[in-house]
Design a protein around this ligand. Structure first.
Ligand SMILES: Cc1ncc(C[n+]2csc(CCOP(=O)(O)OP(=O)(O)O)c2C)c(N)n1
Ligand SMILES: [Mg+2]
Length: 587
């Protein structure tokens, strides 16, 4: 006989999980007790359930197994929602376990709000943001539900799952031999399906006739672990590469073929390149508005977009009209593409890309359009001092876009940020998950703004407590910069809740760091263009919070305004200059 909470622990251990993140509470005490008595599985108390939920995502991305986070019923469970939603929108498998009141206390179908203390129907709450969520109210189903949840999280397009386990179920003694398992009814698909009249022959013809091909790499490339295959394919045929915000890192960004990140805050050279392409192969990217802009005809202006995606619903939701789609896994698609007649290296096109990069890469952009260069100079320093296997985790706001536009991810480095939900306070918990997943062996830069750091301040203690190899890079502009830039553009510079004058303050981060026993360094309001002192601190072992005062007025450039063509980013190029750099007519 075995207690169910012990059974759950042994299930997780057998799946290779080494760490469980979470926060205690009455309804989860049995599982916590089992965890703390187990060997080979460590519980990390995260000081906030949101930290646990996001750390689980970071753990998944760097561990090869699933991140697991647990919380008690009611407030513990609701505090995890932000992380769960984030995992859902960015397709990250993770297992969330919540405690629940005893089954005999649960209100069930009664038309009341609550019966047990801290009872909350978390399963109904998270249903739209999970791939699978269920309350385990029959002890005999525990094995089935664990296996089913694990399978749902990891097959097809990944995502979070939640098991809600009442206290009396956690403490039930069961005979393992009486438990039944889960058999996945979905056979894993390896064949490709060409959709809506598109065919392999049609793709061959596009490939054979294109003159300006480009690859657009999305999150799916990284999630499916196909970066290496995609890189080899791109190099073999000399195909230029752009990425989405989440696809960054799928291709080494210091190679000639890499053009940049596209989208609303894309590198100007990359947006112009994809506007001029005549064949864009979009791999594992859902082509959302932040990538294509809202002026859809400007996305691959006179050519076709061929997309491969694992999620048919995403394909059916396409807003672009020049798209052909293939449903299936990336690996066989790359194999198929590799066998097609790509012809010669497209040397004219590559020379054009070289020119775009020379004239419109982020260095050129900053030199030309940015007055306060400090945030971008910090990025230069990080590029200079990053280790070959550096992990970058990035928060939300201007700091995210400074990083995305300027950080150059090398072939063994990793980039992780949030795309769909984009919750402030993401970078530190994600870095914590990554640090535990990599056994503290890879150095991490966690880049954040003042607002995001304040929101995730519980993480500071955790980082110090476990001596995690995380350098927190704080870009402090004493404002919610991303929103002030929006207010400047659309509200006549009127600020509301985003600056000191409009009611937004920042704490003294030195005191905050010191109160957590975390090393701290500050760089004042100055030019960081060649700062070796920063480099020295970045190279010291162990965690540190490095605060950069970057001035209160910071601007991300370029930025695409609503309804503007993709290549016509703000600040806008003079129309003659823009037409001169375009290969095709803009009308
Ligand atoms: C939890 C949450 N609340 C609100 C927002 C909306 N939002 C997006 S960026 C931003 C400002 C971020 O400020 P800060 O962290 O200081 O970064 P900065 O833009 O100044 O670099 C806000 C409020 C959000 N993304 N997440
Ligand atoms: Mg800020």
């Amino acid at each position: 006989m075995m207690k169910i909470s012990d059974y759950i622990v042994s299930f997780l251990r057998n799946k290779g999980v080494g760490i469980v993140f979470g926060y205690s509470g009455g309804a989860i005490t049995h599982l916590m007790d089992s965890l703390s008595r187990s060997s080979g599985l460590r519980f990390i108390q995260t000081y906030h359930e949101q930290t646990a939920a996001i750390a689980a995502e970071g753990y998944t991305c760097f561990s090869g197994t699933l991140g697991v986070a647990l919380a008690t019923s009611g407030p513990g469970a609701t505090n995890m929602i932000t992380g769960i939603a984030d995992a859902y929108f960015d397709s990250i498998p993770a297992l969330y376990i919540t405690g629940q009141v005893n089954t005999y206390e649960y209100k069930g179908e009664k038309p009341i709000r609550q019966q047990g203390f801290q009872e909350t129907d978390i399963v109904s709450v998270v249903r739209p943001i999970t791939k699978y969520a269920v309350m385990v109210s029959d002890p005999l189903r525990i094995r089935f539900e664990l296996e089913k949840a694990w399978s749902m999280a990891t097959t097809g397009r990944g995502g979070p799952v939640l098991l809600d386990i009442p206290m009396d179920i956690q403490r039930t003694e069961i005979d393992e031999k009486t438990l039944f398992g889960f058999e996945s009814s979905q056979p894993s698909k390896s064949e490709l399906t060409y959709l809506d009249g598109f065919s392999r022959e049609a793709l061959v013809s596009l490939v054979a006739n294109c003159k300006r091909p480009i690859l657009l790499l999305g999150n799916g490339v990284k999630l499916s672990d196909t970066s290496i295959a995609v890189r080899e394919f791109a190099r073999r045929y000399g195909l230029p590469v752009v990425t989405s915000l989440l696809g960054k890192g799928a291709f080494p960004e210091n190679e000639r073929l890499f053009v940049g990140m596209i989208g609303s805050y894309g590198n100007r050279c990359a947006n112009i390149a994809i506007a001029n392409a005549d064949l864009a192969i979009a791999i594992g990217s859902r082509l959302d508005t932040r990538q294509t802009g809202t002026n859809l005809p400007s996305f691959v202006r006179s050519g076709r977009v061929v997309r491969i995606d694992i999620d048919e619903s995403e394909i059916n939701n396409s807003r672009l009209i020049n798209v052909d789609a293939v449903l299936g896994d990336i690996k066989p698609f790359i194999e198929e593409l590799s066998s097609m007649p790509w012809g010669n290296m497209h040397e004219d096109w590559l020379c054009y890309i070289d020119r775009l990069k020379r004239e419109y890469d982020q260095d050129a952009e900053v030199a030309r359009n940015i007055e306060n260069k400090r945030p971008y100079q910090v990025m230069d320093i990080l590029n200079r001092y990053a280790s070959d296997n550096q992990i970058f985790t990035i928060d939300i706001g201007q700091n995210q876009m400074f990083s995305a536009q300027k950080i150059r991810i090398g072939s063994e480095q990793s980039w992780k940020t949030s795309g769909g939900l984009a919750p402030m306070g993401f970078a530190l918990p994600c870095a914590i998950g990554a640090a535990f997943a990599t056994n503290k062996e890879r150095p991490i830069f966690a880049i954040t703004g003042d607002g995001g750091l304040h929101m995730s301040s519980q993480s500071l203690l955790l980082i110090a407590q476990y001596d995690l190899p995380i350098k927190i890079i704080l870009l402090n502009n004493r404002s919610l910069g991303m929103i002030t830039q929006f207010q400047d553009l659309y509200f006549d510079c009127h600020k509301a809740g985003t600056t000191k004058e409009s009611g937004y303050l920042v704490p003294d981060f030195r005191l905050l760091a010191e109160s957590c026993g975390l090393a701290y360094a500050q760089f004042g309001d100055e030019d960081y263009s060649s700062d070796e002192r920063v480099g020295r601190i970045l190279q010291v072992n162990g965690p540190v919070l490095i605060e950069f005062n970057i001035g209160e007025y910071t601007v991300v450039s370029p930025k695409l305004e609503v309804n503007k063509p993709l290549e016509d980013l703000n600040p806008r190029l003079d129309s003659d200059e823009l037409q001169r750099i375009m290969l095709i007519d803009r009308v």
